[in-house]
Design a protein around this ligand. Sequence first.
Ligand SMILES: Nc1ncnc2c1ncn2[C@@H]1O[C@H](COP(=O)(O)OP(=O)(O)O)[C@@H](O)[C@H]1O
Ligand SMILES: [Mg+2]
Length: 334
Amino acid sequence: MGDVLELNLLGSSAQFAHVLAQIRRIAKFDVTVLIGGETGTGKELGARAVHYLSARAEQPFIPVNCGALAESLVESELFGHERGAFTDAKNASSGLISQAEGGTLFLDEVDTLSLKAQAALLRFLQDGTYRRVGGTQVRQTDVRLIAASNANLEDLVKSRQFRRDLLYRLKVMPLVMPPLRERGNDVIELAQAFLDRLNRDYHGQTPVKRLHLDLLNALRRYSWPGNIRELEHFIQREYLMCDGEVMRADLQPDGEVPPPAAESCNANAVFKQAKARVIADFERSYVKSAMARARGNISRAARIAGQDRSAFSRLVHKYRVAPQTEQEQDSADC
Ligand SMILES: Nc1ncnc2c1ncn2[C@@H]1O[C@H](COP(=O)(O)OP(=O)(O)O)[C@@H](O)[C@H]1O
Ligand SMILES: [Mg+2]
């Protein structure tokens, strides 16, 4: 069973070794787990590892994205419903909790549950019993619950959007997946693993590719707000765009060194940084594309962007978008 971790969860940094050790330990105890961490850090993969390393491995692992369920249907999806419980309930349905019988139910984006659904979940966690929507029979089931959220649940408790008693119930075993930018050379290891997979998948269709040293350095300097998911997509996109054998890729360092440990615990600071990065990325590519369309003429590009010239010119300098010569533009068009 140890293979499951080795196969899926890559990374050799000390930070990640700590997470792996926690996963192995948590898997042994049949308790509720709450997994935190930014988007794309591997929360779902971590939940699967806990399940497949546990005594429940042979039983189902049922993932549910709470954020994707319509609010009015959450309870019936989770707990099932009786025939006629609501307009569309033509037949009775058993619900996901019952499908996970003997195994693990993974509630992703648990912070998006309505207060009503939170109350029902709390009841279920307290004694393992539940009722179908529209039903009176009290049912019992043996399911391990793993919940995940990238929100700061303590803050949501303060603003009364999340029940404190539910948070305590979920948080018996907290597990936090670290952001990629704080995992040292794991970014290189993961990029290489994604590249190896692409080289295998596209064997014979395109030359075997490798990563240029400059790109490796850029991977380390970039802050990866979308974490491993963003890295995976980035490598895939660049792989498909690269005709040669060496992938150089243009990955602009966003100039942010990994935040100091104290700050990384502060969700608000992390949010602000992520937001600033998204805005900067957007502005940079917007300015670049307007400048390309205006063939490097700042006044024309400002008109295209619907901005006054001096404000636009500041952005051009901020992002160091060089006014292009007509010649460069022509070759870029090819
Ligand atoms: N340690 C890891 N090793 C390899 N791939 C990983 C690792 N962690 C996450 N991934 C991959 O990154 C992507 C995002 O992971 P996921 O578990 O969905 O993140 P989250 O639930 O935190 O948003 C998935 O494709 C997953 O397979
Ligand atoms: Mg997820």
